[in-house]
Ligand binder design. Structure first.
Ligand code: SF4
Length: 366
């Protein structure tokens, strides 16, 4: 299959791993931002193909993992209402809130449905004007334009029975937080290819210049990631700190300008709380006041709901690349995919779930 098979070519993957081994002379710590990239690295054993001097740590790029507990509690409060049809992407349904998850709300009779597109929720609102329809909009810059478009469309059609619970986050402010930390170990980043498809990579150029750290925009297949690692290691060995684009088949420097426009029209940047990381300045997207009638937090009066995260979960350290999932004492015992304590074990993109699924030498109960 074009654009898949050539990026899973075993011989090419080994050639790239050999190239990395030849060019590395010092220890380097690299971070992939995106949970999808983490899964490819684990699934194909790429971290085990690398020379010991190249260490990979896993970043905060799983949207499910960083969605704050209180947003889940707000979603659960809204979805539990008998007058609401609540749409969510499937991976949010199992994420535990403070007491419940959305699956349990559904099991108890709540009208909770899995959506494959926000426009599906808009369609249901249009076809059922007596039903209140809410879409749970979670994710990075990748999903924000489609969600913004759905809200814009609902306003255009005057659908007063549609609203959105939005918890969007932006990648560059989180990287800035990591780079500004006294504990930071990361020396080079694989930037998320899907996010950069939307927003381009100019913001990463500013980060590279300010912190003297190289970035390579990377794709999601094994050959993509090995090539991105090679490009990063070459930059580090040569003392360069630039932004390079490995994922040129999808990403341009400026990104998708119409998608950025609709995102800006509907959302505005605000300080935002990340699960595990706390509040990060200007790292989230909020529905603009002009669209307040479609903002589910205001419509259902759940703005004041707050929650504290469970103390035993070290996901904050995992998401900053300071610990690996296996450093957590709960990993594979108290915390498993069947009984997750923290979001990185729940989400299919979470680092803890990836270690459970693909690390053959680890014991992890189902
Ligand atoms: S293994 Fe579970 S408890 Fe430990 S960091 Fe991962 S999600 Fe949290």
């Amino acid at each position: 299959m074009k654009y898949i098979d050539e990026y899973r070519d075993t011989a090419l993957a080994h050639t790239l791993a050999d190239e990395i081994s030849k060019c590395v002379t010092k220890p380097w710590v690299l971070m992939e931002i995106c949970g999808g990239q983490t899964h490819t690295l684990m699934r194909y054993g790429i971290d085990e193909m690398l020379p010991p001097r190249v260490e990979l740590v896993h970043g905060p790029g799983c949207p499910v993992c960083v969605t704050p507990l209180e947003i889940l509690d707000k979603a659960i409060a809204i979805a539990s209402r008998p007058d609401v049809t609540f749409f969510s992407y499937g991976d949010m349904l199992r994420v535990p809130g403070s007491r419940l998850d959305l699956f349990r709300v559904k099991a108890a009779g709540g009208d909770v449905r899995i959506a494959y597109s926000p426009m599906e929720a808009v369609r249901v609102a249009r076809e059922h004007p007596l039903r209140n329809v809410v879409f749970f909009a979670v994710g990075f810059e990748t999903t924000a334009p489609a969600n913004a478009m759905a809200l814009w469309q609902a306003q255009r059609e005057g659908l007063r029975n549609f609203s959105m619970l939005a918890s969007h986050v932006l990648v560059p402010p989180a990287i800035r937080l990591l780079l500004g930390s006294a504990d930071n170990r990361v020396q080079g980043f694989i930037a998320p290819g899907h996010v950069c498809t939307i927003v381009g990579y100019r913001e990463y150029e500013a980060l590279a210049a300010e912190y003297r750290v190289p970035f390579v925009v990377g794709g999601f297949e094994p050959v993509d990631l090995l090539q991105a690692i090679l490009m990063l290691v070459r930059q580090l060995e040569e003392g360069r700190a630039e932004v390079e684009n490995q994922y040129a088949r999808s990403v341009t420097r400026d990104g998708n300008l119409p998608a950025q426009r609709v995102m800006r029209d509907v959302f505005e940047a605000v300080d935002h709380k990340w699960r595990g990381l706390g509040a990060i300045p200007m790292s989230g997207l909020r529905i603009r006041p002009e669209f307040a009638a479609f903002d589910a937090e205001q419509v259902y009066g759940v703005e004041a709901i707050a929650a504290d995260e469970p103390a035993e979960c070290i996901s904050a350290l995992v998401l900053q690349g300071l610990k690996k999932p296996v450093d957590c004492t709960a990993f594979g015992t108290q915390c498993t995919p069947g009984n997750p304590l923290g979001a990185p074990m729940v989400s299919s993109e979470g680092a803890c779930a990836a270690y459970c699924a693909y690390r053959r030498n680890l014991t992890c109960a189902p």
